[in-house]
Design a protein around this ligand. Structure first.
Ligand code: AMP
Ligand code: ZN
Length: 447
């Protein structure tokens, strides 16, 4: 397999530390509102990564975190904690907000048929371990205290600027005005924040004799150390993580544990919508439910994402989504035909795997599917590789219709053909038809 590694800025052959235990960490969502389709872009590409590794024979041990504390509005160390903001917005406790949006996120995760991570870790379950990491950093002389927290001194970590090729001089010049004057260097970041008297911050833990909470970047270093151990094989995230979040994760982890954090770093590019940035003010923060309201399945969106590449910018439009939907339904109809007539395959599964193993080049596999004849076994392989639920469909017709398909089958068995035909007419009215195959009835869209 070949992957583009941010560390070397090159396409590299993937060499795992241990093929039976490929360790992957994915920076997960901040659970303070519904995830939009931009957020899910990268999770779809990492689903492809995991499925491609599995098809190549690797065993994957993957951790995804859920940020339920400490992510401040500015991504740096100021502004309000996003969870606290969500709680105020909805008149709920921060814990209720976290539970609500974790549930919503997991529901979407399943709807997209994303391969379940080995472990899903909530940041607030690792607070004790966070404190130990801060202790270690302090013992090693990497931290200093200010009035609002404990900061990592980035000047003590000599390769700090390397990962993102940061220009620290430029950062210093640019930040002169709003530079927090208690910070020694503009790039220093909080590993622990203190809660001031009277400050409204519900999530709090006692550390060093006063209430506080972990800095946002810390949870990923702590969770990786607790569940996977350094170095891990692959670390994934969005391109926005490169200059701050991942740079800081590397500094903390490598300073604390004296080991390389990850061998391969993969970043997904951003999604724009009809040429615009996703933003609340433009009203284009679409969720999967918004797409469903317009008649699109989450798997239409997944296929549309897989038509592109994780390193390329994607520009979403409803016209293109409709084209992806047509492609997916066309494939489903081809599968329905496979149940009726024997298809002589011209599809080479090894070749398809080779295509996608070249830095997750799914679009070439999709074109290869369009240009080949696939039998059921091939389609089953495609489902395992791309997770599109083509053969084993998740129910996307109303349950009442699914029940009618079952009832029609019963009527046929009892030779009540009049009743069976009534059901068939009702299916036609609902734009579906039912094919009777040796494996039972399967439905497909009429148009
Ligand atoms: P958050 O839940 O706010 O921490 O966001 C999770 C991640 O979603 C971000 O860090 C980005 O990597 C990713 N993300 C946010 N907006 C977009 C977008 N428009 N396109 C692709 N990824 C995005
Ligand atoms: Zn992270």
């Amino acid at each position: 397999m070949k992957l583009y590694n941010r560390l070397s800025k090159q396409l590299e052959e993937f060499v795992p530390i241990n093929p039976d235990d490929v360790k992957i960490y994915t920076c997960g969502p901040t659970v303070y509102s519904y995830a939009h389709i931009g957020n899910f872009t990268s999770y779809i590409y990492w689903d492809l990564l995991v499925r491609t590794l599995i098809q190549n024979g690797y065993h994957v041990n993957r951790v995804l975190n859920l940020t339920d504390v400490g992510h401040l509005a500015s991504d740096a160390d100021d502004g309000e904690d996003k969870l606290e903001k969500g709680a105020k917005r909805e008149g709920k406790t921060v814990w209720e907000i976290a539970d609500k949006y974790i549930e919503a996120y997991m529901k979407d995760f399943r709807a997209l048929n994303l391969f379940p991570p080995t472990t899903i870790a909530r940041a607030t379950d690792y607070i004790e371990q966070d404190m130990k990491v801060v202790d270690t950093l302090t013992e090693k002389g990497y931290t200093y205290e200010t009035s609002d927290g404990i900061y990592f001194d980035t000047s003590k970590f000599k390769n700090y600027a390397d990962f993102a090729k940061l220009n620290l001089d430029q950062m210093r010049a640019g930040a002169r005005v709003k530079f927090n004057d208690e910070k020694k260097n503009v790039s220093d970041f909080a590993v622990w924040k203190f809660i001031k008297d009277g400050e409204d911050h519900a999530m709090r833990w006692d550390y060093l004799g006063r209430p506080g909470y972990p800095g946002w970047h810390l949870e990923c270093s702590t969770i990786i150390h607790s569940l996977l151990g350094e170095p891990i094989d692959i670390h994934t995230g969005g391109i926005d993580h490169i200059p701050v979040h991942h740079t800081n994760e590397i500094a903390q982890s490598e300073a604390a544990f004296d080991k390389k954090l990850a061998n391969y770093w993969l970043h997904a590019n951003f999604l724009t919508i009809e040429g615009e940035k996703i933003s609340k003010s433009l009203g284009n923060t679409y969720t999967l439910s918004d797409l469903a309201e317009k008649g699109f399945s989450p798997l239409d969106f997944k296929l549309w994402i897989l038509q592109g590449h994780y390193r390329g910018e994607r520009n979403f439009s409803f016209d293109d989504l409709a084209a992806a939907r047509t492609r997916r339904l066309g494939w489903r109809n081809r599968i329905a035909t496979c149940y009726q007539t024997e298809v002589e395959s011209t599809f080479d599964k090894e070749k398809a795997l080779e295509l996608v193993s070249n830095d997750l080049n799914s679009s070439e596999v999709l074109a290869y599917i369009d240009n080949s004849k696939l039998n059921l076994e091939d389609w089953d392989f495609i489902d395992r590789l791309l997770g599109l639920n083509l053969v084993y469909t998740t129910p996307e017709i109303p349950e009442s219709l699914q029940r009618e398909i079952y009832l029609r089958e019963q009527a046929r068995k009892e030779k009540d053909f009049k009743k069976a035909d009534e059901y068939r007419d009702h299916f036609t009215e609902n734009n579906i038809t039912v094919l009777d195959t040796a494996n039972g009835p399967i439905w497909q869209y009429l148009s």
